[in-house]
Design a protein around this ligand. Structure first.
Ligand code: EZ4
Ligand code: CO
Length: 411
């Protein structure tokens, strides 16, 4: 159809969730209109995929049929306020999928890549960071070198800790590290003292080997208390990290006051946040430097934009979550967001497997350390439903962590 339709209603004719497992599980919402234009949104919640699929098919999709697909804001408000029990991550992931699919449709109707609708290009490319993992420091140092060779300018480094089996972020020797590995959670060990002794050694070695320019990031994955996190931040200061991520759980946002008082290492948090209320104090008190929320778990483009605008008031920049459990659909939408958002910081980019890329044809591409959103109308990512149908859902959950005495810890 021709771009622009004079405000004529574009009716949602059908919608369905598509569950597929091309190497790992993904849930995708497809919304079709009576104009023949369709949109897709990522609805994947790692380890809890079917709850979002059911939330969509049982409770959301019946509310969409017959509505005007162009009324993104009204549909968002309807599902959020109308849902009443709306702020949980399952509800917000479902809402994000609807929102992403509707932005895809609107951009296709307009004949524009999504970033143009959001306000146009703010930068030439989206700086990304890759994941270098190793069983020990030597392996991680080698992996960082491999990412430098691929052209990355920013690299997250994680290393196994001596005597700590299954410490977070240890790879399995390939590019496609995925923690959700079993139908029931794998039990891993955690030892804070051993980790706190080990982590600064990794970054000392990395700076020795690769010099001051490469951007280095590190994910603590919620393992420390606020005071332990303060100590780690301080001990990493000589190695100028781009950020220290998820240093302590942010269930209590005020906990970050203590970390902030003690260290100049930049702080990032928010990959598990579902709404602006999860980060309001963190942002308004300038307790963090980067907000990690992304499209799929924080209510879609519509809500993420509100979070980013609030963050921008406090010079806090975005650093969208981009692990492999976020599908290429989320990545495509996030890249359009990143291309526009004025207070952009960095985008996480773990490569998907070739099987996943085949199920989700997309037009974004990597060059010289940057990802580039494509120019196709919409967010530029599609789903090959025939191929998707070949990969049946496989139950998989994320690991858990226990201290040496058996106490259950944060994973
Ligand atoms: O553990 O996406 O920064 N990235 C991460 C990820 C998360 C997974 C959880 O589903 O912390 O590896
Ligand atoms: Co993380």
């Amino acid at each position: 159809m021709e771009p622009g339709n004079g405000g004529k209603k574009v009716t949602i004719r059908s919608a369905r969730g598509i569950v597929t497992c091309p190497g790992r599980n993904f849930v995708t919402l497809k919304i079709e209109t009576d104009e023949g234009v369709y949109g897709i949104g990522d609805a994947t919640l790692n380890g809890r995929e079917l709850s979002v699929a059911s939330y969509l098919s049982d409770h959301v999709i019946p509310n969409l049929i017959g509505r005007d697909a162009q009324r993104i804001e009204d549909i968002w408000q309807f599902l959020y306020k109308g849902g009443y029990w709306s702020r949980g991550v399952v509800a917000m992931t479902a809402l994000a999928a609807v929102d992403t699919a509707l932005w895809d449709i609107k951009a296709k109707l307009a004949g524009m890549p999504l970033y143009q609708l959001l306000g146009g290009r703010s930068r030439d490319g989206v700086l990304v960071y890759g994941h270098a993992n190793g069983a020990d420091i030597e392996q991680t140092v080698d992996q960082v070198g491999a990412y430098c060779d691929m052209g990355y300018r920013a690299i997250r480094a994680q290393s196994g800790v001596p005597g700590v089996k299954g410490a977070y972020g240890v790879g399995r020797g390939d590019m496609y590290y995925e923690p959700a590995d079993a139908a029931l959670p794998t039990e891993t060990l955690w030892d804070t003292a051993a980790y706190l002794n080990h982590a600064p050694k990794l970054f000392e070695k990395l700076r020795d080997q690769y010099g001051p320019d490469i951007e280095l990031l590190h994910d603590v994955h919620h393992r420390l208390t606020p005071m332990e996190a303060a100590r780690l931040g301080k001990s990493l200061e000589p190695f100028r990290l781009f950020w220290m991520e998820d240093a302590t759980p942010a269930d209590n946002q005020e906990a970050f006051r203590l970390i902030r008082q003690h260290t100049t290492t930049p702080l990032a948090v928010g990959e598990i946040f579902a709404s602006i209320h999860d980060c309001r104090t963190l942002i308004q008190e300038q307790l963090i430097d980067y907000i990690r929320s992304t499209v799929v778990h924080a209510g879609g483009i519509t809500h993420l934009r509100r979070i980013a605008d609030l963050a921008g008031l406090y010079q806090i920049r975005t650093g969208c979550h981009g692990a492999t459990d976020l599908s290429p659909v989320c990545m495509g939408a996030a890249l359009h967001f990143d291309t526009w958002v004025p207070n952009f910081g960095i985008q996480e980019y773990m490569r998907h497997t070739p099987e996943t890329d085949e199920v989700f044809p997309h037009d974004y591409h990597f060059a010289d350390g940057y990802l580039h959103a494509g120019e196709a109308p919409g967010h530029g990512v599609d789903i090959d439903e025939k191929l998707a149908a070949k990969y049946e859902y496989e139950p998989r959950q994320l690991p858990v962590a226990r201290l040496r005495d058996g106490t259950l810890w944060n994973w």
